[in-house]
Ligand binder design. Structure first.
Ligand code: BDR
Ligand code: CA
Length: 313
């Protein structure tokens, strides 16, 4: 089967970085048409730069990287340096990128790509706030029907929230954008905290990355070492959750994941619960099922895949 064409929309972020590396290491399954950066974990200038750094680490300098939106649709940007560090990629010391950003806006790249590729052949993979994707849909409504699928990291049901008591970071940063995407009618696969909190980098899993002995393996181990401190302290968990790589792992090996088709709506009004993903997990309403909400994964299989693929870079 031909590899699936994808656009990665991202705010790197150590876990975004690992998600990108996994995709770039898997050309038989996914063809990364381009990467669009968005403001999220850190401001846009840093997320764009970090996306480049990761492509260069992977030795994939030809993948176009575009800067997208620098702030959410209707509210000020909230960032997460407390989790990811000042640069967004704290942990390893990686060289500055040698290449320049690809000219053009990330949103226009998304629009042009969906218009030029055959309808139903491009999957969008958002790993950060949904600002770029929603802006593209607003600017060019004709592309909505052309999207094959959206596979995104965001939201939570049983795990509720990580940035507020009721909201997950990516959705909270731009709830208005999330609302547009969830109402688009596109086939959506959601990797919420419910599953990503089960993708934990334990010590032995991180040792396996480091033992690859390659610049990529060592950098990933250093990134997760950094990222881990925060979650260990907060949740008392055995390690850091690798949120965003769940998206790219799903594209490569969907059988690792299980979930339920449910209705998901976004809270955009309430100050108390802003950005909450109201998922009808128990089917108590007649609202249309608009998303496959993932709840579980084969974590050993996930880390085996990740380690095996990172070894290829
Ligand atoms: C999400 O927020 C970011 O901090 C991570 O990169 C991930 O995309 C988890 O809530
Ligand atoms: Ca992210």
């Amino acid at each position: 089967m031909a590899p699936r064409k994808i656009i990665i929309d991202t705010d790197p972020g150590q876990d975004d970085a690992v998600a990108i590396l996994l995709a770039l290491a898997s050309p038989d399954e996914v063809d990364v048409l381009g990467i669009t950066a968005v403001a999220g974990n850190v401001p846009l200038d840093l997320t764009s730069k970090n996306a480049f750094i990761i492509c260069e680490l992977a030795g994939k300098v030809d993948v176009p990287v575009y800067a997208g939106c620098d702030r959410p649709l209707g509210r000020p940007l909230v960032t997460a340096e407390h989790v990811h560090g000042k640069t967004g990629l704290d942990g390893p010391s990686l060289p500055d990128p040698t290449k320049q950003l690809t000219p053009g806006h990330g949103v226009d790249f998304i629009i042009d790509t969906l218009r030029s590729e055959a309808p139903g052949t491009v999957t969008l993979c958002p790993l950060g706030p949904l600002t770029n994707i929603a802006t593209a849909f607003q600017k060019a409504p004709d592309i909505v029907d052309k999207v094959q699928q959206v596979v995104l990291m965001g939201g939570a049901y049983f795990e509720v929230g990580n940035i507020t008591p009721t909201a997950e970071f990516n959705i909270y940063v731009d709830p208005q954008a999330a609302d547009i995407v969830f109402k688009s009618g596109i086939d959506i696969v959601v990797m919420p905290l419910d599953v990503t909190h089960k993708a934990l980098v334990t010590q032995s899993r991180n040792d396996a990355f480091r033992a690859l002995g390659t610049p990529t393996g060592i950098a990933v181990a250093q990134m997760t070492d950094f990222f881990e401190r925060f979650d260990k302290e907060k949740y008392g968990s055995a390690g850091a959750p690798l949120h965003d790589p769940c998206v790219t792992a799903y594209l490569i090996k969907p059988d690792l994941f299980t979930g339920r088709r449910v209705n998901v709506e976004i809270e955009t009004q309430s100050e108390l619960t802003l950005g909450m993903t109201v998922a009808d997990w128990w089917g108590v309403t007649d609202r249309p099922k608009n998303a496959l909400f993932i709840g579980d994964l084969d974590d050993d299989g996930f880390f085996a895949l990740l380690t095996e693929r990172l070894a290829r870079l």
